[in-house]
Design a protein around this ligand. Structure first.
Ligand SMILES: Cc1ncc(C[n+]2csc(CCOP(=O)(O)OP(=O)(O)O)c2C)c(N)n1
Ligand SMILES: [Mg+2]
Length: 420
């Protein structure tokens, strides 16, 4: 297929339509070539049916830093610096996580590099009493909500200090004290959970708002449509954040939807949909604050489409060079959310280069200390696997536990295979 420059609806410039699924860079058979041609033809005819957006709120990209299409939220200097520091801590923590995975010290990691403004900015618009129902690419939120980095790192290692007692894959955090509900691997399930919790809060007369996240790929799940429908019908105090990063592993946005935007999907459910520059933390905050205020005032849910980009791999098991070009990545790196926010802070004289360096140094010290501490902690005991499910163990489980314990503690090292 001839190379053709075009702009996808998350603002990426791609040099050629990408293969529908990641394929090995190998010579494909004639049969698979004609198959993939048929797939591409079907997708291109689907694209030609795309309708014009029906709502200007659903198509205009709102921004503060470069665009000036939404007002500056007017946050205090202290809060601005807190948000920047959380972005730095998230970035530095994740850089280390990927190295640890490559060194075989942790089993798996899912980086959010490039998407820090999108999730930290949205979560910052909530009150601490509000609940988050995350996807799996929002690592900055626990940090923003005061979870110590050591607790996060303990989860990667699944050690004795891990709140989940090593029962979850790395990155499947659960921080009840931070109102951060367990991460669900199945795409989109958290959306329905968030609406249910929002409906419950409303029936109880609480002023709690729930916020939930999904990716562009998540909008193709039944849960997305079911959640938006219920939320709309019952005016549930729920804010949906679709972090549109242009890719669902190797599936590009073009093959995800025939809609002009993700935000426009809100119209079908009778709720507002907005699009925001997801790498502009001030715009993300402002747009979300408006949605959260609406929800808290009983005016119902909002769908926010946050346009951003996953700069790194989908996960530590992914090689993005197999399905996307360097130019696209370089283009998005030039829109780095930390750099853009730093420029703003510098222009407001809130951050000197020295202070910036100190923030990075402190974050490095923090992650070093957390890793050191995590590696000194033992594995959870075998007996602990029988805790927490039942208040009182059933006779059968007691029998199984006793038999297992009679064999002694496991001696082998943890070995994991995480193919996602
Ligand atoms: C129900 C379900 N189907 C498929 C998968 C495998 N899977 C894991 S992540 C992913 C892509 C999701 O992409 P997107 O929603 O855009 O989020 P992103 O990873 O880009 O943040 C898929 C298909 C899954 N975890 N759950
Ligand atoms: Mg995506």
């Amino acid at each position: 297929m001839a190379s053709k420059k075009r702009t996808s609806s998350n603002g990426s410039t791609r040099t050629k339509p990408q293969a529908r699924h990641a394929t090995k860079k190998s010579s494909s058979s004639k049969k698979s070539t004609s198959k993939s041609k048929a797939g591409k033809k079907a997708a291109s005819s689907a694209r030609s049916r795309t309708k014009a957006p029906t709502s200007s709120r659903g198509s205009k990209v709102l921004g503060v830093l470069d665009r000036g299409t939404v007002r500056d939220p007017g946050l205090s200097d202290e809060r601005l610096l807190e948000l920047y520091e959380t972005m730095v801590r998230t970035r530095v923590m994740e850089e280390r996580a990927l190295v640890l995975q490559r060194q075989g010290r942790i089993g798996f990691y899912v980086p959010c590099t490039g998407q820090e403004a999108s999730h930290i900015g949205t979560a910052a618009a909530l009150m601490d009493s509000d609940w988050i129902f995350p996807a799996y690419r929002q690592a900055g939120i626990p940090l923003l909500r005061g979870v110590p980095m050591e607790q996060i790192v303990d989860e990667w290692y699944g050690n004795d200090g891990d709140i989940c007692k090593g029962r979850q894959m790395p990155v499947h955090y659960s921080f009840r004290s931070a109102h951060f509900v367990t991460i669900s691997s199945p795409i989109g399930t958290q959306l329905s959970h968030a609406v249910g919790a929002a409906m419950a809060a409303k029936y109880r007369g609480e002023d709690t708002v729930t916020m939930t996240y999904c990716g562009d790929g998540g909008t193709s799940e039944n849960d997305f449509h079911c959640a938006l429908n219920f939320a709309g019908v019952y005016a549930s105090p729920c804010v949906f954040v679709c972090e549109n990063n242009g890719w669902a592993i190797s599936t590009p946005l073009e093959y995800q939807t025939a809609s002009e935007t993700m935000a426009v999907k809100a119209e079908a459910y009778g709720i507002p949909g907005v699009r925001v520059d997801g790498n502009d933390i001030l715009a993300v905050y402002q747009v979300t604050k408006e949605a959260v205020d609406r929800a808290r005032q009983g005016k119902g849910p909002t769908l926010i489409e946050s346009l951003t980009y996953r700069v790194g791999p989908h996960s530590s098991s992914d090689d993005p060079t197999r399905y996307r070009g360097d130019a696209e990545v370089a283009d998005w790196k030039s829109k780095d959310p930390l750099e853009r926010f730093k420029k703003y802070l510098r222009s407001r004289r809130l951050l000197t280069p020295k202070q910036d360096e100190a923030l990075y140094a402190a974050a490095k010290e923090e992650i070093n200390a957390a890793v050191k501490a995590a590696e000194q902690k033992p594995n959870p005991t075998v007996a602990s696997m029988f805790d927490d499910v039942y208040r009182d163990l059933t006779p059968q489980l007691r029998e199984q536990r006793d038999e297992l314990l009679s064999l002694g503690e496991a001696k082998s090292e943890h070995e994991g295979f995480f193919p996602l």
